[in-house]
Design a protein around this ligand. Structure first.
Ligand SMILES: [Zn+2]
Length: 656
């Protein structure tokens, strides 16, 4: 492992706290050191208060920020002398600790200090860096891990047995650290948990971490336990219905919809097919705090009922020993190892499934290296249970706030690169859905850079391309729960006697047949939607009130309307509802340039403003108005409605 320290970069960070921010980010940049909220960093500074009195302040990373992206505000100032006194108490309950950390914070409105704050406080050094480094865990998580760690580091580190983070660990270290410490001590190994380095200087502390981890890497190399290749595994070809069925069953076990992400990379497939996968994968996580994201064990194969009853047994066994009454979390898995699908990650958001995948990629490395070294041994399930059901850990997901309406659900929007389609994608994203946007325009691929959006280029008139993008959708998010059929064309104005067969056919192909293809491809997926499938058709005012010169368009939209009604008749038994919106005069789309608007207004002898609001309500209709209704049609408000046709047009006298 190499130090990423760069003097030019560091120079942009002012003062000792700035350098703390910089080196904390360096730790966060290397995923083999820390993953997603894991690890921590702190610095102790002498500061004057408003009365000019000097006091020692511990700046420790608070909850809610990741080391990789932490800002100065992510470090919470806490009274150091008080923290040290706390650590010397004979006992301190979790609620008491949380209260004391909160009341001894020196900045109103700061995030809650880390649950590992007391540990940072009792160490005498100015800078303290803490990671869950893969290499150290690989050495530590073996039957003779403690001996190996002592052989490897000698008196460079103080070795602490596994104790749950929080007061008990800090109090133990406060007693044990001075006893074990020598002049050579530069760090501390927390067995089955992680590693700590410390120094008076930010760079030195960070580079000691790199050195300690490098020593573990070299040790593993020396024992031929570093490069742990798996036999090559070829993906069998993605079976989207099998993946969607699995997601549906896992969602049912959870009691709410979950996204699922399948990764059949050679590494995941290779591990899922490892002859000893049952033993290797059913030990537990590499470090305890992963349990918050992944649960203790991956499901092997696809038997969700077996997994759930196993989880209930685990809860029953361990909750009996707990001091307080515990309430069981949902018994659904958050990851599965499947010889065909590879690693399957489940979560309420795309960010969560990404985290599960990241964590397990590193877990496989840790497991295989430990196994090569002398046998992988995870921490007992009791310790993992304590973390999984620790109020302070459960507070982390809770802090994320209320669960949005479409959390865990997937919306597919056609024609999503601009106009109403883009507004629909936004409306579904706002409600917490994962969204796949399809468009012929390549701009769709880079429309938004966020984990819950996938933009794919597709010509919907080509069945092969439709199959391909739906495979990708299911691989990425697990299914299609909501389908917005928005893509369409508006051929240029022609009188009936002049309509060419080509124009007619292209209107029918894009506005009707392509939608039929997409619906057919999605039918089985919509049937599996945890909350029932929903389709929204973006129709047109031209259906109830056609206009002269738009024969091909109006006829195609009317045909689509009829298709939707028949679909409602046929798919109602599958729990799929389909409703149509008939928008009119939506002028904030690419179609309506300033010039076109001005010309149309002039033709009616109106100003542009008057023209835009030329409806019964004298109001302007925007893409967003249409999109919001499309999203609501997929929500509980329309749960009992199918085959409805709702105008969004400000009131049109020809429609009324
Ligand atoms: Zn830790």
């Amino acid at each position: 492992m190499k130090s990423l320290w760069n003097d030019a970069e560091a120079a942009k960070f002012a003062g000792p706290l700035g350098l703390r921010v910089y080196s904390a980010r360096l730790l966060g940049r290397d995923r083999s050191l820390v993953l997603h909220g894991g690890g921590n960093a702190s610095v102790k500074l002498a500061e004057k208060n408003l009365f000019g009195e000097e006091r020692e302040v511990l700046y420790v990373k608070g909850s809610g920020s990741d080391l990789e992206s932490v800002e100065t505000e992510g470090f919470v100032p806490v009274r150091l002398d008080y923290l040290r006194r706390l650590a010397s108490l004979p006992a301190l309950s979790d609620p008491q600790m949380v209260n004391e950390l909160g009341t001894q914070t020196l900045l109103a409105g700061a995030p809650a200090p880390s649950v590992e704050t007391l540990l940072h406080a009792i160490l005498p050094h100015r800078y303290v860096d803490h990671t869950h480094a893969d290499a150290v865990l690989s050495v530590s998580n073996t039957p003779d891990g403690e001996k190996r760690i002592r052989d490897l580091y000698g008196d460079k580190v103080v070795v602490i047995p596994y104790i749950m983070a929080g007061f008990d660990l800090a109090a133990y270290c406060a007693r044990e650290f001075p006893r074990q410490r020598t002049r050579s001590t530069v760090g501390m190994v927390l067995l089955s948990h992680g590693v700590v380095s410390f120094a008076a200087d930010a760079r030195e502390s960070y580079e000691l971490m790199i050195e300690l981890v490098s020593m573990a890497e070299r040790y593993l190399e020396g024992k031929k336990a570093w490069s742990v290749d798996l036999p090559p595994a070829a993906a069998p070809g993605f079976k989207r219905l099998e993946a969607a069925r699995l997601r549906s069953e896992v969602s049912r076990a959870a009691g709410f919809p979950l996204l699922c992400r399948c990764n059949d990379s050679p590494r995941f497939l290779g591990f899922a097919r490892h002859p000893e996968v049952a033993r290797l994968s059913q030990g537990g996580p590499a470090t305890p705090d992963h349990v918050i994201w992944t649960k203790r064990l991956p499901m092997l194969g696809r038997n969700v009922n077996d997994f759930s009853s196993g989880y209930k047994n685990y809860f029953d066994r361990n909750s009996k020993k707990a001091k307080e009454q515990k309430t069981m979390l949902d018994p659904a898995p958050r990851m599965a190892l499947d010889p065909e699908l590879g690693l399957v990650a489940f979560g309420r958001t795309a960010r969560d499934t990404g985290i599960v995948e990241d964590i397990y990629a590193h877990t496989i490395d840790v497991i295989l290296r430990a196994e090569a070294l002398g046998g992988w041994r995870a921490l007992d399930e009791g310790h993992i249970f304590d973390i999984e059901y620790w109020d302070l850990e459960q507070a982390k997901p809770r802090a994320a706030g209320a669960i949005p309406a479409f959390a865990g659900e997937v919306a597919l929007v056609t024609g999503a690169a601009s106009g109403i389609g883009k507004a629909c994608a936004e409306a579904f994203l706002r409600r917490g859905a994962a969204v796949v946007g399809l468009d012929r325009n390549p701009a769709i691929e880079t429309l938004w850079k966020r984990p819950d959006f996938l933009g794919l280029v597709c010509d919907l008139t080509k069945a092969g391309e439709v199959t391909e993008v739906i495979d990708k959708t299911v691989k990425h998010f697990g299914g299609v729960d909501m389908l917005v059929l928005n893509a369409g064309i508006f051929p240029s104005s022609q009188a009936v006697q002049d309509v060419s067969a080509d124009i007619w056919r292209s209107a029918m192909t894009v506005n009707v047949e392509a939608n039929l293809l997409v619906m057919q491809a999605c039918h089985a997926l919509l049937k599996l939607a945890p909350r029932g499938g929903r389709i929204v058709v973006i129709g047109s005012k031209n259906v109830p009130a056609p206009g002269p010169g738009a024969a091909a368009y109006s006829a195609s939209k009317a045909a689509m309307n009829q298709l939707a009604r028949v679909t409602a008749l046929e798919w109602g038994k599958d729990g799929i509802r389909i409703n149509t919106i008939h928008p009119n005069a939506v002028y904030d789309t690419a179609l309506w340039t300033g010039e076109v608007l001005a010309a149309r207004a002039k033709a009616y002898n109106l100003t542009v403003e008057q023209y835009k609001m030329n409806n019964l309500l004298r109001t302007e209709v925007s893409s967003r108005d249409v999109a919001e209704l499309a999203a609501e049609m997929c929500g509980p408000l329309f749960a009992k409605t199918t085959a409805a046709q709702v105008p969004v047009d400000g009131g049109n006298e020809r429609v009324v």
